[in-house]
Design a protein around this ligand. Structure first.
Ligand code: ATP
Ligand code: MG
Length: 565
């Protein structure tokens, strides 16, 4: 352990605090990964120091609002002292030891950030989960992860109560709630009594820091194990190229706390750059509240998902004056070019797309200063060596569709997830030669931009053609009748499988004659893209099935079409 607030490192025999330039050099493999790294001690405590000396602007580290008049602002110094107390709560009151796992299932409340930092300080492995988890989901996660402690809020306490007896590893339950409850410790109460004296554990760079469950878009969520350095140092270049952050920025990432996107865009990357993390605890998505928030607070950087932008561009955005907004990003799903162009037209702002995974973090981006090609996910973020490969692991030339893969050096790079926990078969299955397979299909153009075709499982094969759902969806989205759409394969007695589009209609088209509208949409797709891709079947629906992250679950629609449960 080391004294709090000190951050000395032995790199090449030198004792010095690591700087952003060092992290960048480590990312670019120009400097070795230090043996030890801890984000709390090596990054957050440095900003806390810089706050004291006036080397950082006076904006908060965390700025939380709930839309009901409540507000919390923490400086890095306050985050430091509170998280040291929280680390003592976890180790002393909950009896946890280094390496123990802690499921943190909280909504977007300051305690989520606090507990995560506390876990790092104490060398505990945190496992975020969304509060939308049901008792069954919770059981799966607690059993699979062997969590020793769960930190939960009112929303999920009943789900934990229902299954806790079936989780033999669980020994402490910590609640974030104003009510006292039998069998539960109270974080708020314990924090008041806790000591601020805590020495940040000297964790190894490659030691586990977190387990993230994937979104579960295509089946049971997998447990991706991340190390202290994978995101803690690995997000440095993303921060510069994609999020374009500096310490005076205020970044609002709308992701649920359960997903890696929150870790990347609302935790590691902003704090690497000393920026302010803005949080709005919106219990449900509301376009008016969303747009008011951008108009009221000095948010400079917005990170959201395509679903949100698709809803926002349905509004008259010209009516709003966003206070400070300069930089907008999207990730998690393909962004339709139509939405990107509407956003630009209405707000004057570009939408910078990022592509990544729970396993890899962000690997391709439309960075600041790059020419944005609508519909493309941009270019690889160094040091990621992203390639399109064939089934034998050979790199394909530009223009050829194949598997999107990351080329690895002889040793597993630190910025990649370490493994799927307790699943050596799955961990091995995502390797092909010295490539890590993303499971997605794509094409690289001659400028080095990557274009998403679809998840490998979502590609439709009809009459000998391979059709990626995204291109068809993109064409449909250009039509004013379409708010959202999902394209999947559907059985056909002659062709084997055909393209089917599920379409959510915009308000003015809801009363249209359905047969005529289907013909119009089909004609539109035939004009916009190669005609063989047009959806032979179209079904209008009120909404599309989605994961709690807001991703369209095409596999569910496809299974329904094929009569599979
Ligand atoms: P699971 O692996 O459990 O099925 P998931 O793949 O949705 O779930 P995540 O790791 O959250 O879990 O999502 C990563 C996937 O999201 C990528 O592999 C890709 O399919 C999709 N994705 C992310 N960003 C983009 C993007 N910009 N364009 C297209 N697809 C994207
Ligand atoms: Mg996946």
């Amino acid at each position: 352990t080391r004294p709090a607030g000190r951050f000395f490192h032995i790199v090449s025999g030198l004792c010095a605090p690591l700087t952003l330039a060092d992290f960048e050099a480590i990312n670019l493999c120009k400097r070795p990964l230090p043996e030890n790294f801890n984000f709390a001690g090596d990054v957050l405590d440095q900003w806390s120091q810089k706050e004291k000396t006036g080397e950082r602007p006076a904006n908060p580290a965390l700025w939380w609002v709930n839309g009901k008049g409540d507000e919390v602002k923490w400086s890095f110094g306050e985050l430091g002292s509170l998280s040291r107390k929280a680390a003592n709560v976890l180790t002393k009151s909950c009896g946890l030891e280094r390496g123990d796992r802690v499921a943190v299932v909280l909504p977007r409340i300051p305690e989520w950030w606090l507990v995560n930092v506390a876990c790092m300080r104490a060398g505990l492995v945190f496992i975020p989960g969304t509060t939308q988890l049901t008792a069954k989901d919770m059981l799966y996660r607690l059993q699979a992860s062997k969590a020793k402690c769960v930190v939960a809020s009112e929303e999920v306490i009943p789900a934990v109560e229902a299954i806790a007896s079936e989780c033999p590893h669980l020994k402490a339950k910590l609640q974030v709630s104003p009510h006292s409850r039998q069998g539960w410790l109270s974080l708020q109460e314990l924090l008041q009594a806790a000591s601020e004296e805590h020495s940040c554990v000297e964790t190894a760079s490659q030691e586990p820091t977190a387990i993230y469950f994937t979104s579960g878009t295509t089946g049971f969520p997998k447990m991706a194990l991340h190390s202290h350095s994978s995101l803690g140092i690995g997000c440095t270049i993303t921060g510069r190229y994609w999020l374009d952050l500096k310490s005076s920025d205020v970044i609002w990432s709308t992701s649920d706390t359960g997903w890696i996107k929150a870790a990347i865009c609302a935790f590691f990357t902003p704090w690497l750059y000393g920026a302010c993390v803005f949080v709005h605890q919106m219990s449900r998505f509301d376009t008016d509240i969303f747009l008011d928030t951008l108009s009221t607070y000095p948010i400079t950087t917005l990170c959201s998902v395509p679903t949100v932008y698709r809803m926002l561009v349905q509004k008259d955005l010209k009516r709003y004056k966003f206070k400070k907004l300069q930089h907008c990003t999207t990730s998690g799903e393909p962004m339709n070019s139509e939405v990107l162009e509407q956003w630009k037209m209405q707000t004057g702002l570009d939408l910078h797309e990022g592509y990544g995974q729970t396993e890899t973090g962000v690997i391709c981006v439309s960075g600041r200063g790059d020419k944005i090609k609508p519909g493309s996910m941009g270019k690889p973020v160094p040091p990621q060596d992203v390639q399109i490969i064939d089934e034998n692991g050979h790199i394909l030339p530009p223009g050829k569709e194949g598997d999107i893969a990351v080329r690895l050096t002889s040793t597993r790079p630190f910025y990649l997830f370490s493994k799927y926990e307790d699943n050596p078969e799955k961990t091995a299955a995502v390797m092909r030669g010295n490539f890590y397979l993303t499971g997605d299909r794509g094409v690289m153009d001659s400028d080095g931009y990557f274009w998403f075709v679809g998840r490998a499982d979502d590609v439709i094969i009809t009459s000998g053609y391979r059709i990626g759902p995204f291109e068809v969806e993109n064409a449909l989205m250009e039509h004013p009748a379409v708010v959202e759409t999902a394209v999947v394969s559907s059985p056909d007695p002659v062709r084997g499988e055909v393209v089917k589009a599920f379409v959510v209609l915009s308000a003015p088209f809801k009363s249209s004659n359905p047969e005529e509208l289907i013909l119009e949409l089909q004609a539109h797709v035939k004009k916009s893209t190669a005609p063989y891709k047009y959806p032979r079947k179209v079904e209008f629906v009120q909404q599309l099935p989605k994961t709690p992250t807001g991703k369209i679950k095409r596999d569910l629609l496809r299974d329904r079409e094929w009569g599979r449960t």
